[in-house]
Design a protein around this ligand. Sequence first.
Ligand code: FE2
Ligand code: FE2
Length: 533
Amino acid sequence: MKNDLLYLRHDVKVEPLFDHWYAWSHLIPPATAARNVTERHLKIMDSYINAPQVHANAVKNPKLLGGPFIDYGGERTDEIRALRDETMRRRPHLIELSRAIASLEDLLRTRAKGFSMRPLYDEIPDILKGYVELSYDLNNNPGYRFIEPLLYKSHYYDTSAQSMMLSAVTGDDRPFVLSTPRLESDSHFHLRRPYDHEVVDKLFSLKSKPQRWGEIRDMLSVSQPVEPLVRSFFTPEPPAPYAPYRGKGVRWRYFGHACILVETANVSLLFDPVLSYTYETGISRYTYLDLPDSIDYVVITHNHQDHVLFETLLQIRHKVKNFIVPTCSGGALQDPSMKLILERIGCRNVIELSDLERVRWENGSITALPFWGEHSDLNIRSKAAHLVRIDNRALLFAADSCNIEPRLYKHLHAEVGDIDALFLGMECDGAPLTWLYGPLLTKSIERAMDESRRLAGSNFEQAFGLLSQFNCKSTFVYAMGQEPWLGYIMSLKYTDESRPIIESNKLIRECQGRGLLAERLFGEKEILLETSN
Ligand SMILES: [Fe+2]
Ligand SMILES: [Fe+2]
């Protein structure tokens, strides 16, 4: 009977978890995961257990949005204590790895003074021996690199930490998830599978390919007490089919933040996928339902949580033929390989692009252009502004690129020519270094240094310099985190007085005054670009 066939509802959210913490890209590589477990998760949980009310008050303070505070209203301390104890019991190897990284860095700070590194190999913490190579730069500054693929083969990479929590989502108002572990609840189904498990693809294929309940229940190992809950995540109602773009030229659609779908009659590209679920709402938007059945390329600009979002990637990976990511610097703690991360979460055909490298197809290409700044001056290479060419059109997805040196764009213009449409983030304040990278530091940084080294994108002057250099006919400010359904990953709430809004308003006025198309994207947008063919 047809009614026996069930689809996964489009208002069921999935939260990927790492030992109950919302999973993001630094929780996959063993070294960054280890540092985040000891320096973020355990510290936040300890702090909550000691002073839950301090956290409850801080969460209510808009100035502290995105800070290291657990959002359980000062309650559930027993569960947080149990989670802390469980983490310490189940992850001793990660705790040990984190300490070993700190010892190694201390060794290099105190003992590597420009003489041969060979004697220091004996003093590398035992568990790191064979996984790190020591070196100096040409100015005798010591450093090291991990042999990342080997670390992933070791017991430091443990997928038993990975799981997913499924629940119904009813509106845009999702609390910030990066500082609060997700505890068990009656409204959530905890699917304990690693991200690369085949069940993940089967589950999300159910959004468009139905199955019988018995098969679904067995596939997800649903126990009897939670059966009514999990059954409620499915419906016999088929989703509206998606009509892929078959017209002439290029069509792009803005899905919110930095997520843009580019389609022509023969290729589809999805940038920095971050999708809204589908539910009744006052703000019109494209959702998962507006994706093609097959996506040729998912393209990632850089390794920040709002651009490489597992929650979306896990749901779409079965439709994606290729993933394009920027190349990393190779084994640096702060710059883990995005290729290895995506492969470990089950993405297939992951292609790395380095500066000016290109992927081509019949009538188009993607070229990785340098993306400078926005990473607190840390040596992080995994970031690229992607130039898409389709026939005679050129679109540049520059994400959070900061135009810190206009000459870069002069050189690039000489290489790639004019651009039709520029997409640029203008979060020109940015969080300080420690907000994101603090757990990786093994020696604390002076506050003034921290404050000066921000995750800041382009301001008016920088953005205007960039678009002028490329003679951009149209400019779209995006990646501003302003869509209300993004609150769970964005710690930004702007007012009209916020600098990113003032600066981007100025840019739009300046462009419009010169007869150029300029707009700050919000919610949804569709544009058709004619091409020569
Ligand atoms: Fe960023
Ligand atoms: Fe961003």
